[in-house]
Design a protein around this ligand. Structure first.
Ligand code: ADP
Ligand code: 5GP
Length: 203
C-alpha cells in the first residue's frame, strides 16, 4: 500500500488556512486533519482534543524533550506543535494528512520530512488580510497588529513552497486545493514505484 500524501497548508494568520482545511475535510472525510498542541488559551467554543490539544508551557516543553513533535514553533508568544505519532500512523495507513501550521513550522517539516506538498495560502491583498483578521473577532487589536506585522515577515518565505493558493472566493480556493492534491498524486516521483512494478520498467 502506498503511503498517504502529507499536505502542509500554511501562510499568515487570517489567510484562511483553517477555513479552507475545514471545508476540504468536509468534502474528503477520509483525510486526517492533524490536531496541534498549543500553549495558547482556548477561544470560546474551542474544545480540547478537537481544535487543539491545550497544554501548559511545561507540558509542551516535555513533549519537545521527549521528541513527540514532528515540528514546533513559537508564534506571537505561544508555542504550537504537531504531535508526531498520529501523523505517522495515518500516513502509514495510506491516508492523506493535512497540517495547518504557520510558516516556521512548515519549514521545519521540510527539513525533516521528504515528499510533502507545501501550499502557501494568501488573501487577494493586504487590506483583505487585515479585514479578515479583524472580522474574525478572536484577537484584541494589539494581537491583530502583531499578527499583521508577522505576516509581512512571513511573505518572503513563500519561496520555499510548492504552490501559492489565493483565497478570494472560498469555494474556488477549496477547488484549487483539490486540484493541487490531484496533481501531486500524478507526479512522477510518487507514481514511479508502482509503475515500475506494473510495467516491469528497468533502468
Ligand atoms: P487562518 O486559519 O489562516 O488564521 P481563518 O480560516 O481563521 O484563517 O480565516 C480568517 C477569517 O477570514 C475568518 O473569520 C474566516 O471566516 C474568514 N475567511 C476565510 N476565508 C474566507 C473567504 N474566502 N472569504 C471571506 N472570508 C473568509
Ligand atoms: P491560532 O492561535 O490562530 O489558532 O494559530 C496561530 C498560528 O499558529 C496559525 O497560523 C496556525 O496555523 C499556526 N499553528 C497551528 N497549529 C500549529 C502547529 O502545530 N505548528 C505550527 N508551527 N503552527 C501551528
Amino acid at each position: 500500500m502506498s503511503k498517504g500524501l502529507l499536505i502542509v497548508v500554511s501562510g499568515p494568520s487570517g489567510a484562511g488556512k483553517g477555513t479552507i482545511c475545514a471545508e476540504y475535510c468536509k468534502r474528503h472525510p477520509e483525510v486526517f486533519l492533524s490536531v496541534s498542541a498549543t500553549t495558547r488559551s482556548p477561544r470560546p467554543g474551542e474544545q480540547d482534543g478537537v481544535h487543539y490539544f491545550f497544554y501548559s508551557k511545561e507540558e509542551f516543553k516535555g513533549m519537545i524533550e521527549n521528541n513527540e513533535l514532528l515540528e514546533w514553533a513559537q508564534y506571537c508568544e505561544n508555542f504550537y506543535g504537531t504531535p508526531k505519532k498520529y501523523v505517522e500512523q495515518a500516513l502509514n495507513e495510506g491516508r492523506d494528512v493535512i497540517l495547518e501550521i504557520e510558516v516556521q513550522g512548515a519549514l521545519n517539516v521540510q527539513s525533516r520530512f521528504a515528499g510533502g506538498t507545501y501550499v502557501f495560502v494568501l488573501p487577494p491583498d493586504p487590506d483583505v488580510l487585515a479585514d479578515r483578521l479583524r472580522g474574525r473577532q478572536t484577537e484584541t487589536e494589539e494581537v491583530v497588529q502583531k499578527r499583521l506585522s508577522r505576516a509581512m515577515e512571513e511573505l518572503p518565505l513563500m519561496s520555499h513552497y510548492d504552490y501559492v493558493l489565493e483565497n478570494d472566493q472560498l469555494e474556488e480556493a477549496v477547488n484549487d486545493l483539490e486540484r493541487i492534491v490531484r496533481a501531486e498524486k500524478m507526479s512522477r516521483p510518487r507514481r514511479i514505484e508502482d509503475l515500475e512494478q506494473i510495467w516491469k520498467i528497468k533502468e
